[in-house]
Write a protein that binds this ligand. Structure first.
Ligand SMILES: NC(=O)c1ccc[n+]([C@@H]2O[C@H](COP(=O)([O-])OP(=O)(O)OC[C@H]3O[C@@H](n4cnc5c(N)ncnc54)[C@H](O)[C@@H]3O)[C@@H](O)[C@H]2O)c1
Length: 326
């Protein structure tokens, strides 16, 4: 019987992402076993994770007692089959190469109990495509963590039409139980995170290629302006708070300069045409409750002041060229 409070977890692929997931689960008290390409790799990962946990605990990044919990709850297997045989929940986190995923998911599906849940951490491959590699696909879904998985809260959950609701809910409880924030998202390539992140990256690269900006300028501006806000408010909340009329006006100039691909979205123009400017008139896309506007603004101000202070306390990330000074 699977328990969300004390699950038996297998992580297949114990690199950057898989290793971090193993730390999160083991520190939260789950029994966690890792397996990599072979027994030597698995053992190396195990040793690396122990050392890293010790260092993170000393730095105050992991709670006191984490090293002891990792020693108690984390182990490594000699093979994928050995790791999977008793597991309730198996996370695949091998390289983003479809042939490798196919082989490994096939091995996992054959070795796992029929009621074990199998998750892929793929960054961008549609889960329905991977689902074909797993027997009993009602137990398969995407569970997409973000690097560094030890510290970034958000995790995308991607079901296919075959994934059972019961299994999806189990995973939701399991992942929220390790203090992550889950969001169910559609099974489209890149899901939400990478479709948006890669769109931004592509436009940033275009600016560098055309010579209008350097990478340092872009990183400085993004992380200190709209990227700063995004830590608390997504693009819809930001637009609602800034004013949909203001956004529609800005799109006019962008379209003139960059053409059709920067035309204002029709749904935005439709809202503006009805006098819905977002937060200031009530309405908008983010579903903000206008009666709570004072509370929302007060929260925003507290959040931004605290984040500004944190950035000042930490200083800029070391090793990056500065673009803030002339
Ligand atoms: N790095 C990121 O920022 C990030 C973020 C979210 C999701 N992902 C996704 O997570 C997955 C893993 O990425 P990563 O960054 O941890 O890569 P990584 O290279 O750090 O780790 C992959 C691990 O898989 C192992 N491996 C290779 N072949 C294997 C096999 N046949 N059987 C078992 N293990 C095998 C490797 O030895 C390695 O330890 C990918 O699908 C990636 O797209 C990565």
């Amino acid at each position: 019987m699977k328990s969300v409070n004390k699950a038996k977890i297998a992580i297949i692929g114990s690199g950057n992402m898989g290793g971090a997931m193993a730390q999160v689960f083991a520190i939260a008290g789950h029994e966690c076993i890792i397996a990599d390409a072979d027994a030597t790799y698995s053992e190396q990962s195990f040793k690396r994770l122990l050392l890293e946990t010790e260092s993170f605990e000393k730095q105050g990044l992991f709670p006191v007692g984490s090293t002891r919990l990792i020693s108690q709850n984390l182990s490594y297997a000699k093979s994928i089959e050995e790791a999977c045989q008793n597991a309730d929940y198996i996370a695949e986190s091998v390289p983003e190469i479809i042939e490798v995923k196919k082989t490994v998911l096939g091995q996992i599906g054959d070795a796992a109990r029929k009621d074990a849940i199998i998750a892929s951490n793929t960054s961008a491959i549609p889960i329905s495509q991977l689902s074909a590699f797993v027997s009993n696909p009602e137990r398969f879904l995407g569970v997409h963590w973000v690097n560094p998985a030890t510290f970034v809260p958000g995790v995308e959950l991607i079901a296919t039409p075959h994934t059972s609701e019961e299994n999806l809910q189990f995973v939701e409880r399991l992942i929220t139980g390790v203090e992550k924030v889950t969001t169910r998202v559609s099974d489209v390539a890149g899901f939400i995170i990478n479709r948006l992140q890669f769109a931004l990256y592509k436009e940033a690269m275009t600016m560098v290629e055309e010579g209008s900006s350097t990478p340092a300028q872009i990183d400085s501006v993004v992380s200190n302006t709209f990227g700063f806000r995004l830590a608390f408010f997504g693009p819809f909340a930001v637009a609602d708070m800034g004013g949909l009329d203001v956004f529609a006006g800005a799109y006019k100039s962008l379209e003139q300069a960059y053409g059709e691909r920067f035309a204002a979205p029709q749904a935005l123009l439709d809202k503006v045409a009805t006098g819905d400017y977002g937060f200031k008139t009530g309405g908008g896309f983010a579903g903000l409750d206008a009666s709570k506007s004072a509370e929302i603004v007060a929260y925003r101000n507290r959040a931004f002041a605290a984040l500004s202070q944190l950035k000042r306390d930490l200083g800029p990330p070391p090793g990056f060229p500065s673009a803030t000074q002339p």
